[in-house]
Ligand binder design. Structure first.
Ligand code: UDP
Length: 331
């Protein structure tokens, strides 16, 4: 039986994955408080019933004072910078925010005796793995500053769990993608660097997509990724909070489908769901891109009873298409 509901502090709850997690928590009957600095999140993603604390995690004193009267028993921590390329150009931003900001948040959790922490990690902690399907027991070997900041916090969480009552799940996302079925919540980054939104943009503008590398050692020469729908990521987070409240020790879990899809296959899916052609040109490989990143997904199923429900790539791309069209139809 699940422990009673409580109040979950969701950092980055005005963002893409965090926004879906907030909706899933509310649907599961949890109380939610969002902390977000609105640097990349959007105020309109915050449901009217949910309190929003606008604060920057790098400002430890400011966050403590902003949360002084806010009670919470669990944390989902999404707030972070998440562009690989930017992390190479501006590592300070990543170390100060993703690591410095998270240490401030964790310090507050320790001081308040919070026992349940769910951390947004990433398959980037694996680096350029030598095996096709990634299991959680592979060593962490990130190859860029973004992945290193996430790997370091995973290590901090392990150290804290060994010595304190702060238990955590480190959820390693593969490629978060898609939008809500009703087209009201989706991916909205500026600048956009992710494949699916850029493919859909190419379909509507007819300005060619650059395909980064067509000569990889993959079946069709383009990179293969594991695209997992954000609603599935969100449901895993809710299950993780509940397992921690039930006393589970936590751990590192992949959140992926186990299914690989190439860049060309995403283009073809976008053409099917939109009825438009997607113009593209071959471009040089992008720095830091491993050719093949696909999850071995079994452990999350065992530990959380979680399995992705969005198993069709056409449905995932179709939901993003609906969101993309809605964005374009608004002033
Ligand atoms: N990609 C591409 N053209 C683009 C953007 C991405 O060919 O304009 C490729 C990229 O090289 C990678 C895949 O699409 O192989 C997914 O990239 P994305 O940035 O969406 O996610 P990542 O796997 O880097 O987290």
């Amino acid at each position: 039986m699940s422990a009673a509901n409580g109040t979950v502090l969701v950092t980055g709850g005005a963002g893409y994955v965090g926004g879906f997690a907030v909706r899933a928590l509310l649907a599961a009957g949890e109380r939610v408080v969002i902390l977000d600095d609105l640097s990349t999140g959007h105020r309109e993603n915050v449901p009217a019933t949910v309190p929003l604390v606008v604060a920057d995690l790098r400002d430890a004193a400011g966050v403590r004072s902003a949360l002084a009267d806010v009670q919470f028993d669990a944390v989902m921590h999404f707030a972070a910078n998440a562009y690989v390329g930017e992390s190479v150009r501006d590592p300070r931003k990543y170390w100060e925010n993703n690591v410095g900001g998270t240490l401030n948040l964790l310090g507050l959790c320790l001081d308040r005796g919070v026992g349940a922490f769910v951390f947004s990690s990433t398959c980037a902690v694996y680096g350029e793995p030598p095996v096709p399907a990634l299991r959680e027991d592979l060593p962490r070997a990130p190859v860029n500053p973004y992945g290193r900041t996430k790997a370091v916090i995973e290590q901090v969480l392990e150290d804290y769990a060994a010595a304190t009552g702060l238990r955590s799940f480190r959820l390693r996302y593969f490629n978060a993608s898609g939008a809500s079925e009703d087209g009201t919540l989706g991916e909205d980054h500026e600048p956009e660097t992710h494949l699916i939104p850029l493919v859909l943009r190419a379909a509507t503008t007819q300005s060619p997509l650059k395909v980064f590398g067509t000569d990889w050692a993959t079946p069709d020469g383009t990179c293969v990724r594991d695209y997992v729908h954000v609603e599935d990521l969100a449901s895993a987070h809710v299950a993780a909070i509940r397992r921690l409240r039930d006393g589970h020790a936590g751990g590192a879990l992949n959140l992926g489908t186990g299914r690989g899809t190439s860049v060309k296959e995403i283009i073809e899916a976008a053409e099917r769901v939109s009825g438009l052609t997607v113009p593209w040109t071959a471009a040089p490989r992008r720095d830091g891109d491993p050719p093949f990143l696909v999850a071995a997904p079994g452990r999350a199923a065992e530990v959380l009873g979680w399995a992705p429900r969005w198993t069709s790539i056409d449905r995932i791309v179709g939901s993003a298409w609906k969101w993309h069209q809605r964005g374009r139809s608004q002033p």
